[in-house]
Design a protein around this ligand. Sequence first.
Ligand code: KIV
Ligand code: ZN
Length: 514
Amino acid sequence: MSDKRVLIFDTTLRDGEQAPGCSMNLEEKILLARQLARLGVDAIEAGFPIASQGDFEAVREIARQIEGPIICGLARTNDEDVDRAGEAVREAERARIHTFIATSEIHMRDKLRMTREQVLEEVGRAVKRARGLCADVEFSAEDATRSDWEFLVQVYARAINAGATTLNVPDTVGYTTPDEYVELIRFLRANLAAGDDVRFSVHCHDDLGLSVANSLAAIKAGVRQIECTVNGIGERAGNTSMEEVVMALKTRNEFFEGCDTGIVTKEIYSTSRMLSAVIGIQVPPNKAIVGDNAFAHEAGIHQHGVLSNKLTYEIMTPESVGRAETELVLGKHSGRHAFAERLKELGFDPEKLDFNGAFKRFKDLADSKKTIYNEDIEALVTDQLLQVEEHFKLENLSVVSGTFATPTATVEMLINGDERKIAKMGGGPIDAIFQAIEELTETKARLLRYQVNAVTAGIDAQAEVSVALEEEGLRVIGQAADTDVILASAKAYVHALNKLVQRKSAGVASLRGV
Ligand code: KIV
Ligand code: ZN
């Protein structure tokens, strides 16, 4: 591998998933892991296997099913954690165990209650044990950027001697600055006898809004693995945003002395959208690379410039990150073969889908929408892939609303096979629908968030609705897409309720890490 190659270690399914409201179930994690493989990430940190049975199973299933990237499981330094991570990644084509322990004075004293000597012992023992289970072992000194530099040298030296192949230097609390990080990494590299087979890595949090800048600076200092997440999700202010680092390296390649990743940049936008659909959290419109406005030129002077030469205000093309709205040359008269081909182009395997169901939905969509874009097909298939068993089924819905009428919804549902119907009034049409569904399903769940997003531009765009519910500590996200925003809202609510039933019966309290 060239010394300019920067590995992308994606931790969306581990650190990203630990953020409030970002938890995912097994099917959702597998769906995203497939897309991450298609995106070309080098490693997927799939979870924290000791955290819960659900986390263990998610890592194991991803290890079994996903080919291409390294599949990694996180572990603290105790034997139980390391063994559990080893067991979870055992069947991966390429497996990694990532073990970590805190090294800053404040963490050692107030969290671990360990001396420096004890921490050093833990490092050596855990890395050695992990190496006994797996040839690829990463070690992280948690809170490295607030740790004593001389002590860090001792810590990483211990990890190298015990067989660590990647040394990660995390900015756990988002505290460092680019210049300081460069100095630290240069200091570590100069004082450690790390052979060519040992790679330096960084893992940054965005508490001061510096995670991407810090990660890029670290590359200048010789780091060749960046830990990051799609859309920058993660603990507190989030982690380094994958798409920003990748596109900075591509766009300013000369400045970064030829350093680049193996990311298939055309997959960036669909990956971002898939994550948003799964966790029900849209990126802000001004978010770099993937935000709605990232490539929109509103000011007249800008539009004028862009019309005469795109490069006046565009440093990269929307096409390069997969944002071109490629019109589907399929319409309502097109056949199954053409639809299957487009699904394959978009990264979905028609044989692993309910193809007939997807094709029927495509036809229905083509009846109600003039132009169908790739995003429409992605929304439709994601919607279908995220379906769960239907304890509650929406049969019919009618809504009256407007300036004269009191908003009223009549909802007919199958509740565990029994047909039931009710009419309810509300403050608005969505409130009326949700009240009706709430009464029919007798749910005690609390509505945390209701969000609508247009899948594409245009008056006939599909609405993508996500609904976050909570009951007794269990949080779920329901989502649905439809050209009818009212119907999409009802379907998303019912989807969330079905997921809640599924989670309760699986007895999975949460997939979030500890
Ligand atoms: O932020 C952090 O330090 C981590 C470690 C486990 C790498 O997430
Ligand atoms: Zn982290």
